[in-house]
Design a protein around this ligand. Structure first.
Ligand code: FEO
Length: 401
């Protein structure tokens, strides 16, 4: 199949895209599909960089055969063992029996677990550790460990010869490859929100580990990034590295307010709208509002990373937090989203309790500021509640300034 593309004279893209998938990892909506990237280096020795997901199995093997052009396959480097990249390891090894699987010790253990291998592949592994190199002729490949970006076994590989970083999940994105493989062939700026949604939801929890990888990357010259999902990046490297630095350090790119609400009969929404209007009247721009029941958490999580101030407005439900808001808060906590300023609005017709419950949950996150002013409404905002909304707006504006 000729849907391969050359990245350099020696390096060929042999991945494939799935546009039928609804939920990536059974969680994240991917309306524009997803690509599973794999690369073949043709040097004196041939090297396959990761495999693909089961859904694109046939395309991958056709691409691999076509790209090899009759050469034998010498090495398969496994940078990441998650099955969306590793599903084809066993079949590749069976089809190319002389292959060496190059990976670290943790990856080997996971390969044996996933494929229920005892000793079948024992003589096929070439175990590498931090700083080890593999010479393939013209190219020298160096292995750099990147644990928890996104799984514990993750490593990245650097081709010193062409200054290419095979970055595993890092610098990837949701979205299929539509012929245009390189970032300079598309409107890259318009794709940044999907890079953000991918990063924040998939590896957003591991800011410290991403920082460690960014620090290692500082010391090497990178001309091209080949990630396991999304575009090959060669023009916007500085831009994407800067975005990663901000996301990894939970730096808000927008000094503004994101209001996320759940509302059963409209009063909590109305209260959120009043707050947004008061803030806008005082000159706050770029306010964002989400009905948590209508938008998938992954989009809200991604925007929460960008905003400095977050207001959560919820209905009390079963003497607790409304279920969709509670799910969002659990996601916020599990993604460890730090350095935000939070405020809460609660509704409850006879026993409003969810404001304190939301506060209690959010206060578990490190480096969190919570504004004292809480708005309580009973069924619909009365005079006192409306005065409190004005006070909350003032408190938010003061802290923005
Ligand atoms: Fe795309 Fe962590 O796998």
């Amino acid at each position: 199949m000729e849907n391969t593309r050359n990245i350099t004279e020696d390096l060929i893209y042999i991945g494939a895209s799935d546009r039928k998938i609804a939920l990536f990892e059974s969680v994240y909506p991917v309306p524009n599909g997803i690509s599973y990237n794999s690369y073949l280096l043709k040097d004196n020795k041939t090297v396959l960089f990761d495999t693909v997901d089961k859904s694109v199995e046939e395309s991958f093997f056709e691409n691999l055969k076509y790209a090899l052009g009759g050469k034998k396959l010498d090495y398969m480097i496994i940078n990441h063992m998650e099955p969306d990249h590793s599903a084809m390891i066993k079949r590749t090894t069976e089809l190319y029996p002389d292959i060496k699987i190059v990976c670290n010790q943790k990856t080997k253990q996971l390969i044996c677990q996933f494929f229920n291998l005892e000793n079948e592949f024992e003589n096929k592994f070439q175990i590498v550790k931090e700083g080890d190199t593999l010479n393939t002729g013209k190219h020298e490949l160096t292995f750099v460990m990147a644990p928890m970006v996104h799984w514990p076994e993750v490593m990245v590989t650097y081709d010193k010869t062409d200054k290419i970083l095979f970055s595993a999940d890092a610098f990837g994105s949701f979205g299929a490859i539509n012929g245009n493989l390189f970032d300079d062939e598309v409107d890259f700026a318009s794709l940044i929100p999907e890079y953000g949604r991918y990063y924040t939801n998939i590896v957003g929890k591991y800011g410290m580990q991403v920082n460690m990888l960014l620090n290692k990357a500082k010391n090497i010259e990178i001309k091209t990034i080949c990630p396991l999902h999304g575009l090959v990046i060669r023009k916007n490297i500085e831009k994407i590295v800067e975005k990663y630095y901000n996301w990894a350090n939970y730096k808000s790119s927008k000094k503004s307010v994101l209001i996320a609400y759940t509302s059963v009969y409209g009063s909590t929404q109305n209260t959120a709208e009043i707050l947004a209007a008061k803030l806008a009247q005082k000159g706050i721009c770029d306010i964002k509002m989400y009905d948590v029941s209508m938008t998938h958490d992954s989009y809200i999580i991604s925007d929460i990373f960008e905003y400095s101030h977050i207001v959560l407005a919820s209905t009390t439900y079963n003497n607790g937090i409304f279920v969709n808001m509670e799910n969002l808060i659990n996601e916020i906590i599990s993604h460890n989203i730090q350095n935000k300023i939070w405020a809460f609005i609660e509704n409850g017709s006879w026993a409003p309790v969810c404001g304190d419950l939301m506060r209690e949950k959010i206060s578990q996150i490190k480096n969190t500021t919570i504004l004292d002013k809480k708005v309580t409404i009973k069924s619909s905002p009365d005079k006192t509640a409306k005065e409190d909304i004005v006070k909350l707006a003032e408190a938010i504006i003061n802290s923005l300034n």
